[in-house]
Ligand binder design. Structure first.
Ligand code: SF4
Length: 337
């Protein structure tokens, strides 16, 4: 990697492992995970529930529950931030911001939107209430809240679900962060509102030159907004690549299964959609060897005893799988149906 590329790296995560101590023993929610995010990049992090994708970013932001422990290294612009409470308090909500699926859990129902938005700016920027209020109104305009000047003085329950999600986005972006982490931001919304919210995030990303991590179980969302993709399963990254690489030539049976189970606009065959057999893994009781082995159509003896390492096999492409012949996974799934 040359010096320019190095300077461009916003977040550098190395060998991050997150463990929760429970009555049943230790649970590794994130296992030896490494990745980088460059300024202005959108990374899609894909996985079913229980894949560890949300806990990964809670670890990065220092928001783990009390029984959680994160180890490894997370550097923001070259500075170590993992478990650095004071630094994280300064940059969280300011340089690194997060949007959650349910806006009602992040907005205080008893406090007017104006007070919630201005407080963020007054705390992080130290500006006056009036200046902060003007910025808040601008931000509500940017996320397409009609009549922002009057609506800013309302309470969260006076907004619809889609509008509240826009307010959440405004709150996350009001300090113009370098990185926005969006955790299933549109899952609870209907398809039309979902498309509007994704467009708003994408437009603001360009306007503010910010990097975005889109955490989702929905490959359609990833296709719409991301440039690069990391697929997670059982707390590990199992495939990484650009959106085109992952969508056109998946190299892991799990990724191929996810893609084959997506409805396609160009397929009018009326064939039933593929479903990956079995259920997502229980992190408290992961299978020995490859976590996907109980559900994998290609499972071999080796898969049941050893964990496949994540290996680079082409420029920036990575996969964690022992299968040698992975070139036609999607075609094989479609033929086998
Ligand atoms: Fe399937 Fe084996 Fe690859 Fe795991 S390592 S995905 S079980 S082929």
């Amino acid at each position: 990697m040359n010096e320019n590329e190095n300077n461009n790296i916003l977040l550098d995560v190395k060998n991050l492992t997150t463990t929760f101590s429970t009555q049943e023993g230790n649970v590794a929610a994130v296992n030896d995970l490494s990745f980088q995010i460059k300024a202005g990049e959108t990374l899609g992090v894909v996985g079913e529930s229980g894949s560890g994708k949300s806990q990964l970013f809670m670890s990065i932001l220092g928001l783990l529950a009390n029984n959680g422990k994160a180890e490894g290294s997370v550097k923001y612009k070259g500075k170590e931030i993992l478990n650095q409470k004071k630094t994280l308090e300064e940059i969280r909500g300011d340089r690194l911001s997060m949007i959650f699926q349910d806006s009602m859990t992040s907005l205080n129902p008893f406090v007017k939107i104006s007070d919630q938005l201005t407080e963020v700016l007054m705390v992080h920027r130290g500006i006056s209430y009036n200046d902060a209020l003007n910025e808040a109104i601008n931000m509500l305009d940017m996320v397409s809240i009609p009549r922002a000047k009057t609506r800013v003085h309302r309470y969260p329950h006076e907004f619809s679900g889609g509008m509240r999600q826009r307010v959440m986005i405004a709150m996350s972006l009001i300090c113009k962060p370098d990185l926005l982490i969006a955790d299933e931001p549109t899952t609870a919304l209907d398809v039309t509102v979902q498309a509007q919210i994704l467009d708003i995030i994408d437009n603001l990303k360009k306007e503010l030159n910010m990097a975005v991590v889109m955490i989702t179980h929905d490959l359609g969302v990833v296709a719409r907004v991301a440039e690069n993709v990391m697929v997670m399963y059982g707390g590990r990254a199992i495939e990484k690549g650009t959106v085109d690489e992952i969508f056109y030539t998946p190299s892991h049976p799990y990724t191929a299964g996810l893609l084959a189970s997506m409805p396609r606009l160009d397929d009018d065959s009326n064939k039933a959609l593929y479903t990956i057999q079995g259920s997502p893994p229980n992190l408290q009781n992961l299978p020995v060897g490859c976590a996907f082995s109980p559900r994998c159509e290609y499972v071999m003896d080796q898969c049941k005893t050893s964990v496949p390492p994540l290996e680079c096999f082409d420029v920036n492409r990575h996969r964690a799988c022992f299968l040698d012949n992975y070139q036609d996974l999607i075609e094989n799934i479609n033929r086998g149906q």
